[in-house]
Ligand binder design. Structure first.
Ligand SMILES: Nc1ncnc2c1ncn2[C@@H]1O[C@H](COP(=O)(O)OP(=O)(O)O)[C@@H](O)[C@H]1O
Ligand SMILES: O=P(O)(O)O[C@H]1O[C@H](CO)[C@@H](O[C@H]2O[C@H](CO)[C@@H](O)[C@H](O)[C@H]2O)[C@H](O)[C@H]1O
Length: 456
């Protein structure tokens, strides 16, 4: 989708150049960053160096530092808005360090940062900032586990939420452009994006970099994962919600295909096997517990599509998908049904991999994995709870997007669901090992179940 508004030949967009952090500030940031949930390097030491620092062009005092972070993988850039304040409580979550009689804080918590953000963001075609209520009353940073940092503005534009992207990259962020495209295509299953903050600097090779997005806040909605866990704990059937969710995901796929046509892009089955093998080997190398499963994983992938006579060169059609779909990315409200969030793709993948067209069945598999998580975390006593939710979700999805008639092709679709569930479970093993080791058993158990199912 083409952006309008910001003149990309204009240096820095709405910003002016600022000083990079001083040595003392840098030391403080180097000590503070690795403890953040959103910091991308999870193991070993990370090299953190200044890259580009900017201020808002309105003269306000917060500074946005873009820092280059080199950990075990590819280097990434993290966004760290900071500002100096006094009178900051010693246990305040925004506190970074006390320096020269002031406190360096995370500016995501700062009203001056909020006001400048709202004033200098690029507002969408249909919404001009003029006339939008930018009252900051009640604004607060969400205290949820997330890969970025979100600020809730109950009064702005009737209720809005701003996501400050923590890992940033050159190019449009899919979490800005995909929801915009979906809304333009007439799909109401996604919160409406209102505004986004762009940076451009030819000197730094940045034609466009998204720093954050503001969108409609879905008030009174439940987080799909918490809802499903509560149902699992109470032994209440989740099938009605799961069936509805299946329908919503299928409608999302139809809307994505309409909104962002990928010109009939295809991949061969052999290509897919190679790609899944590469990802599986990456997971096996990253987490020791997977070593003993490596052979069985390779066998499952080798059998993918074996029922097809022309399995080697069978072509699979690609399209834009969500890419990291799970129950926590879905909000449920009695009156509006399901709304889907967070189109950034899997945060542990390189950006180029996250934005390319993919198989819609990847999203189906992601959601199926989530029912398994909800059953585990909600401690459902009966294994049937997750199986029922799973079947209902698939039935809802298939009611909108039926499986192919031909038996071999329908069998291939089922193989694909299983292979992508395995792919997701392997990703989750790495994710849990990095972030929540106490939950590592959940995807590990799933890997074993999938392998047993596949090998009879
Ligand atoms: N538009 C919205 N309306 C209401 N709540 C939201 C909205 N967007 C996000 N949230 C809440 O914030 C949480 C984190 O948002 P998400 O986009 O998944 O962040 P991240 O990409 O950083 O993980 C969600 O699980 C949801 O509870
Ligand atoms: O929401 P994010 O984009 O940050 O996604 C990452 O974190 C998710 C957890 O917050 C993680 O999801 C996994 O845990 C969920 C329960 O917390 C579960 O419902 C999902 O099925 C499971 O994949 C996601 O994988 C990760 O990319």
């Amino acid at each position: 989708m083409t952006r309008t508004g910001l003149d990309l030949t204009e240096q820095l967009g709405p910003f002016v150049l600022a000083d990079t952090p001083t040595e003392t500030e840098l030391d403080a940031l180097r000590a503070w960053l690795p403890g953040r949930r959103w910091f991308p390097v999870k193991h070993g030491s990370a090299r953190i160096e200044p890259w580009l620092s900017v201020r808002f062009g309105d003269g306000s005092d917060p500074v946005i530092h873009l820092l280059r972070v080199q950990g075990e993988g590819e280097p990434v850039v993290v966004q760290v808005p900071v500002v100096r304040r006094t009178d900051v409580a010693t246990d305040a979550p925004e506190r970074i360090a006390e320096l020269d009689g002031t406190v360096l804080i995370d500016a995501c918590y700062d009203p001056v940062f909020w006001a400048s953000w709202l004033a200098l963001a690029q507002w969408g075609e249909a919404d001009s900032r003029d006339g939008v209520d930018t009252d900051l009353a009640g604004a607060r940073v969400l205290a949820v586990e997330q890969s970025n940092t979100s600020i809730l503005f109950p009064k702005v534009a009737g209720g809005a939420i701003c996501k400050v992207f923590r890992t940033v990259a050159v190019g449009a962020n899919p979490d800005v452009d995909i929801p915009r495209a979906l809304v333009q295509a007439g799909w109401a299953g996604v919160p409406r994006p209102y505004a986004w903050l762009e940076l451009a600097s030819s000197e730094h090779g940045i034609d466009l970099m998204d720093l954050g997005v503001l969108c409609e806040f879905v008030d009174g909605a439940s987080d799909g994962f918490q809802l499903a866990c509560a149902f699992a704990t109470d032994e209440r059937s989740f099938t009605d919600q799961a069936r509805d969710l299946g329908r919503t995901v299928a409608e999302m796929h139809l809307a994505l295909a309409r909104a962002m046509p990928s010109a009939g892009q295809t991949v061969g089955l052999e290509w897919l096997r190679t790609e899944l093998r590469r990802r599986a080997r990456g997971a096996v190398d990253a987490v020791d517990a997977l070593g003993s499963r490596a052979r069985a994983i390779e066998q499952l992938l080798a059998q993918l599509g074996a029922a097809l006579p022309d399995a080697a060169d069978h072509l699979l059609e690609l399209q834009h998908v969500h890419g990291d779909l799970h129950l926590g990315q879905a909000l449920w409200a009695e009156d509006t049904g399901w709304r889907i969030l967070d189109f950034e793709g899997e945060p542990m993948r390189p950006v180029a991999e996250r934005i390319r067209p993919d198989l819609p069945v990847r999203d189906v598999a992601g959601m199926l994995r989530s029912f398994d998580y909800a059953a585990a975390v909600g401690q459902a006593n009966d294994p049937q709870w997750a199986l029922d939710a799973r079947e209902a979700f698939l039935a809802g999805y298939r009611a909108v997007l039926p499986e192919p008639d031909a038996e071999a092709l329908a069998a291939l679709e089922q193989d694909l669901v299983l292979a992508l569930e395995l792919d997701k479970a392997l990703y989750e093993v790495v994710y849990e090992a990095n972030n929540r080791p106490d939950w590592l058993w959940i995807p590990l158990q799933a890997v074993d179940r999938i392998l047993t199912q596949a090998h009879g």
